[in-house]
Design a binder for this molecule. Sequence first.
Ligand code: 5AD
Ligand code: SF4
Ligand code: FES
Length: 365
Amino acid sequence: MGNDLDSILGVAHELTKEDLIYLLDLADETSLEKLYRHAYQIKLRHVGNKVYFRGLIEFSNICRKNCFYCGIRRDNDKVERFEMTAEEILSAAKWAYESGYGSVVLQAGEREDKKYISFVEKILQEIKKFSHGELGVTLSLGEQSRDTLERWFEAGAHRYLLRIETSNGELYRRLHPDDHDFASRLQTLKHLAEIGYQVGTGVMIGLPGQTTEDLADDILFFKEQDVAMIGMGPYVIHRDTPLGQEFRGSLRSNDEQLTLALKMIAVTRIYLRDVNIASATALQALNETGRELGLQAGANIIMPNITDVKYRASYQLYDGKPCINENASHCINCLRSRISAIGEEIAFGQWGDSPHFKSKKDKGT
Ligand code: 5AD
Ligand code: SF4
Ligand code: FES
């Protein structure tokens, strides 16, 4: 088969790795438009034009890890560390519930001390209690022992988001200190699936040293892991990190980073079809309408930040994070108009499991 856009998009059989690379390398405007339109059609066919909201609560920026790219890494002493109280977290979750959000995401830096594990467990139980089991909860709390993950699952969490960051083990090693381990990240993903979580993973797009072949491999990795949701976004410099310091000024332009991320969303949608794909907040750090562009390239999930404004500025994984001064109700109104402006609809009061997860469950796999 010739490497021609129309013939690749037209094929009925599965795309090859070479096809994925070809699509990820597209550069001219006409081809890009065609790619996004095609991905959007596939999205409409498999998951519809509804956007599912996950209310994001970033409840603590205390992290034991030291990833070279991340603004809240342990060694960044410019960051003021915070931890929301149980009451604050619950009141944000209640707000989400009362505002018709189907689910919330609890995200924080990584910790694994006993006190913390019980703290999270308690929060989960409380959320299940006040919402009569209705509010879905996704955790995004990094690598944890199997035991901890089981406890949290028992307590009511049903989805878990753990990005692999890159499926290239060598690149992973260059982005993390020596005591961070690719194999244990993979192992944790395996545990999550075994326990019964709906698993999400994802990567950073446009990392220094990352090739389009790596990105194609990432998509193949998603498929191989058979995940239900993908949360991936562009790598964005944080000035007070080792990676940010090294590549400030030499990374692609914001526009180029954005385009690469949109292509990745589109190609992932075309290849995986019925999974949930988040339109990452980091897209909006690169472009004012970044998240809408993500939806138009095939994403179907948005995670509006519902963390109290007083903590938002302290939770900056990358520079230029949007919505730092806007409260939750401001963001929801803003998103409402942004979403209706592109002809999509917000699905309120539903968990929004991906059709992929549902069909897996029905098949008992
Ligand atoms: N740019 C983009 N994403 C980042 N993350 C951390 N630092 C950055 C950055 N500089 C992402 C990682 C992590 C998630 C919580 O945030 O993918 O898994
Ligand atoms: Fe911690 Fe996650 Fe940032 Fe790594 S990416 S330093 S684990 S918050
Ligand atoms: Fe927060 Fe627009 S989404 S201000």
